[in-house]
Design a protein around this ligand. Sequence first.
Ligand SMILES: Nc1ncnc2c1ncn2[C@@H]1O[C@H](COP(=O)(O)OP(=O)(O)OP(=O)(O)O)[C@@H](O)[C@H]1O
Length: 442
Amino acid sequence: MAPAVDIEEKKSAVTFEDLGCLPSLCEACRLVKYITPTEIQREAIPVALEGKDIIGLAQTGSGKTAAFALPILQALWEKPQGLFACVMAPTRELAYQISETFESLGSTIGVRCAVIVGGMDMMSQAIALSKKPHIIVCTPGRLADHLENTKGFNLRQLKYLVMDEADRLLDMDFGPKIDQILKVIPKERHTYLFSATMTTKVQKLQRASLNNPVKVEVSTKYSTVSTLLQYYLFFPLKHKDCYLVYILNELAGNSTIIFTRTCADTQKISIMLRNLGFPAIPLHGQLPQSKRLGALNKFKGGNRNILVATDVASRGLDIPLVDVVINYDVPTSSKDYIHRVGRTARAGRSGKSITFVTQYDVELIQRIEKDLERKLDAFDVDKNDVLLLQERVDEAQRFAMIELKESGSKQKSKRFRDDDDDADLEEETGQTKPKKKVHKRR
Ligand SMILES: Nc1ncnc2c1ncn2[C@@H]1O[C@H](COP(=O)(O)OP(=O)(O)OP(=O)(O)O)[C@@H](O)[C@H]1O
C-alpha cells in the first residue's frame, strides 16, 4: 500500500479536467484562481456528473458552492434551457453571494442568474427576472410567496434544486414554505443538499424529496478546520464590555466579526465601539435591505474592519480577509458555533476565534468542546490593563444607550422592518432563532 503522503500528493494533483469538467468551466476556474479542486469538489463533482442526488458535508470555507455549481453549469451547457436550477439559501446575503459564484464560474458559458429575496420591490424583481435567468437563487419565503406570480420564470421546468446550508433551511420554521415550493418543482429533478453541519433528522432531509441520494461526507458532523486557532476568554460578567474593548485594542488592524445573539446587542455594541473610535458597523435582520448590503460592502471593502452581526452573517458568507471571529455570546448550539467561527480561516487561510465565556456559560462551552472533540485554548489577558478601560467604556456605553433611545423613538412611527417576508427567521422574531433559556447579559 502506498504511504499516506503519496496518496495526498496524488489527490492534490487531480485537476478539474480529471473530474470530468468541461474545458470552458476549467477555464472559468482558472480565471477565478481555482488551480486544483478542493476535497469536497474532488468527491462530489464526479458523483454529480453521473446524475446522482447528493447530500454533501464539508467544513466551512471548503468550496462547497463550486462543488454544486460546476455540475449544474455543466448540465446547463449540455442541454441549455430557460429556467434550469433553483438554489435556496437561508439569508439574502448568502443568496447574492451564491449568485455571484454562479456568474463567475459560468462566465465562459454565458449563464444568467437572478436573485429573488425579501427586501426587493416588485420592480427590481421584475428587472432581475426579465433577464430570463437560467439560475434563480432565492430565500424560500420570498419564492414561496411568488409561486402564483411566475411570469418570466416557470418552476415546473426546473432540472436542479439546491439547498445550501440545508440543515438550517430544513430546521427553520419555514418548512411549510419549502413544502409549497416542492409541490411545484418537478419530482424528477436532481437535488443537492450541502452544509458544513448536517445534524438534521432523516425525516426532515426527506422533506427535500431526494431520489436515492449519495452521501458525500469529507468531514465529520462537527468539525472545524485545522488552520483555525480557537480560544475562549473567561471573564466576570460585570466587566464584559471592557474585555471586548481590550481585545479589539490588542487585535487592532485585524478584520474582525463580532457575533451577538440579538439585533439590539448588535446595535448597542457597534454604537459603543464607534464612540470609542473603532470603525464598527452593525448587520442584522431588522435593518432595511439597503443597509444590510451597505454594511457588508463596507466591511468587505475594508472601510470598516469590525462587523458586529447576528447569526444572519454566520452561515455561508465568504469574506476571505476575516482574521478574527469574536463570539460576544456563547452560541447556544455547536452547529451555530461552527458556522460562526467558520467565517475566518477559509480556503486554507489561517484565522482566530475568541469565545467570551462567563460563569453562566460553562455548560454551553463544555458541550461545544465535547461535540468538537477538542478543548479550546485560554486567551490570556492582563486583568489590570482591562480594568483601566472601565471608565471610558462605561461612558461610551452610556452614550450608546442615549443614542439608541433617541433613534428608537424616531423609529416608532416608521416601520423599522424592511417590507416583507424573508427567509431570515430573525426578521420575524427579532432574534436569530428560537432560543434555549440563556442568562441575560446587561
Ligand atoms: N478549488 C478552489 N481553489 C481555491 N479556492 C477555492 C476553490 N474552491 C473554492 N474556493 C474559494 O474558497 C472560498 C470558500 O468557498 P465557499 O464559500 O464555497 O465555502 P463553503 O464550503 O460553502 O463554506 P461555508 O460552509 O462557510 O458556506 C471561496 O472564497 C472560494 O472562492
